[in-house]
Design a protein around this ligand. Structure first.
Ligand SMILES: Cc1cc2nc3c(=O)[nH]c(=O)nc-3n(C[C@H](O)[C@H](O)[C@H](O)COP(=O)(O)OP(=O)(O)OC[C@H]3O[C@@H](n4cnc5c(N)ncnc54)[C@H](O)[C@@H]3O)c2cc1C
Length: 457
């Protein structure tokens, strides 16, 4: 635990109300990772000046600092241990400013994605970034992890949406680059350093995000494909048929979709399930799109789909999305296993999915492979589960899942970040020169290594 003297000084820097010790922290929700509050000491600065004074104090006294937004990291990036200081951003949440003419939104880092989305929607605009944890995840955390999500195939990931930001370096210096324009070539683009760095280089305090006209939702369908190959065929066909009116295209392999539907009592899926599809797709179009039925009829004719359900009303639409987004259904039904988040080039997707399935079954027939993902990006979330103990297979499973992803231009780490979970894999799979450059940047910006130690590098 940070010694009492230092705790008292930190309390003074942020004020009594913005300081929390172990007892107060015990009342908070640790979020996705039980270890996120283990440090037992937290500050909740309200201004960039407070962030700056906390960081320079911690730098001087070599106190490690872990920034936390919504604690929804799926890679253990916000975990803490005894002796560290948690810097919570939830009180950096005052600024939500939409400039409808410039089509930008300025946000304090602790604002949740949902609050930002609602503010933009009042002006008929959208952030072009959408993740299922929207109610809790903060924009600062999304910068930290370079979040991707459901709309990335149309608008890019966080890195492509951020126009400007403000961040505090470990020595307390404030880097201010609150650009509201897309074009600004002023030398190295330093804001990009903080995007995806998972709190290891500094604390992001403000963000400017580009907005686009909000889409008006048209139709939503749950589509049953006999094989993964058919699903990939639909991916291209849907893009060509609907063009920019295709809003969402998500994939759920059969065991995931039926598990979710069962828990949610969504009986309407039963008719689709009877056709024994390998893959379900969630396809959503804009109000301007051609009728989804026309597309599905073409696909049925071509024998690429076996059945489909077009949502008849908002509650059916919500149910389809609930099944897709409530991925914790996996955790509720299986003991811990091995989660992966990979990017597969589309032209390799079928071979990849088939090979992984086959090799995992050969490794241990008790293994259950559960897959879903943002299919249009080739971003798959794999959960390798079993009701038996498969801990002895960890290395073999990793090898099967990560296989030749780097060689074919994919990635072992798509959108959830490295955190603690993928450090060893990163060390193994990235070229040494790339690792060296990242370490050099880290050592330069954070010579004492106080920012989120034990993560990423
Ligand atoms: C149900 C569910 C669905 C999800 N779906 C997606 C998805 O579709 N796509 C996707 O990309 N992710 C998804 N995620 C993962 C997660 O929501 C994202 O990684 C999100 O960006 C984390 O935001 P957060 O505020 O919770 O950050 P935290 O979990 O609190 O922190 C994440 C990392 O960012 C750092 N950080 C936090 N705030 C700051 C700051 N102000 N400055 C610097 N560093 C900071 C932390 O130190 C940590 O390293 C999902 C998570 C859940 C639980």
């Amino acid at each position: 635990m940070i010694d009492q003297n230092h705790q008292d000084m930190l309390r003074e820097l942020v004020g009594e109300n913005n300081f929390k010790g172990a007892n107060a922290l015990a009342l908070l929700d640790p979020g996705k990772n039980a270890q996120s509050l283990d440090a037992g000491v937290a500050v909740m600065p309200e201004t960039v000046e407070q962030v700056s004074s906390v960081l320079s104090f911690c730098n001087e006294h070599s106190i490690p600092v872990v920034s936390q937004g919504g604690r929804t990291s799926l890679a253990g990036a916000a975990n803490t241990v005894d002796g560290q200081l948690i810097l919570m951003t939830n009180r950096l949440n005052k600024m939500i400013e939409v400039d409808a003419d410039a089509a930008v939104i300025k946000l304090d880092a602790g604002v949740t994605l949902q609050a930002a989305q609602e503010a933009a929607a009042e002006h008929g605009l959208s952030l072009g970034i959408n993740i299922p944890s929207r109610g809790t995840a903060t924009v600062g955390g999304m910068v930290g992890t370079n979040a991707g999500g459901l709309e990335a195939f149309r608008y890019g990931v966080m890195r492509n949406r951020v126009l400007g930001l403000e961040a505090v370096l470990p020595n307390g210096d404030v880097i201010s680059d609150m650009k509201v324009v897309s074009k600004a070539n002023e030398g190295y683009d330093v804001k990009q350093l903080f995007i995806g760095s998972e709190g290891t280089l500094g604390v992001v305090t403000k963000v400017v995000i580009k907005l686009d006209p909000a889409d008006v939702i048209g139709e939503t369908a749950l589509v049953a494909c006999p094989t993964t190959e058919d699903g990939v065929f639909l991916l291209r066909a849907a893009r060509e048929f609907f063009k920019s009116d295709l809003l969402f295209f998500e994939g759920m392999w059969s065991n995931y979709a039926t598990l979710g539907a069962k828990e949610a009592n969504f009986a309407a899926i039963n008719q689709l399930a009877e056709t024994d599809p390998a893959l379900y797709l969630v396809v959503e179009t804009s109000a301007k799109a051609a009728p989804i039925e026309d597309f599905l009829a073409e696909m049925f004719e071509a024998e690429k789909i076996v059945d489909a359900l077009i949502a008849k009303n908002e509650s059916e639409r919500r149910m389809i999305w609930h099944i897709r987004e409530d991925s914790f259904v996996i955790e509720r039904n299986f003991p811990p296993g091995f989660p992966f988040d990979v990017s597969v080039p589309i032209n390799h997707l079928v071979d990849y999915a088939n090979a992984v399935e086959k090799e995992l079954a050969e490794l241990d027939e008790s293994i259950v492979l559960i897959m879903l993902g943002h299919l249009m990006d080739g971003n798959l979330h794999l959960s390798i589960k079993s009701h038996s103990d498969i801990s002895q297979h960890q290395a073999a499973v990793k090898k099967i899942v990560n296989r030749n992803l780097m060689e074919i231009g994919g990635s072992f780490s798509a959108e959830h970040g490295i955190g603690t979970e993928k450090r060893a894999t990163r060390q193994k799979l990235l070229p040494q020169a790339n690792l060296n450059l990242m370490q050099l940047l880290k050592d330069t910006l954070d010579p004492k290594g106080i920012m989120n130690p034990g993560k990423v590098l």
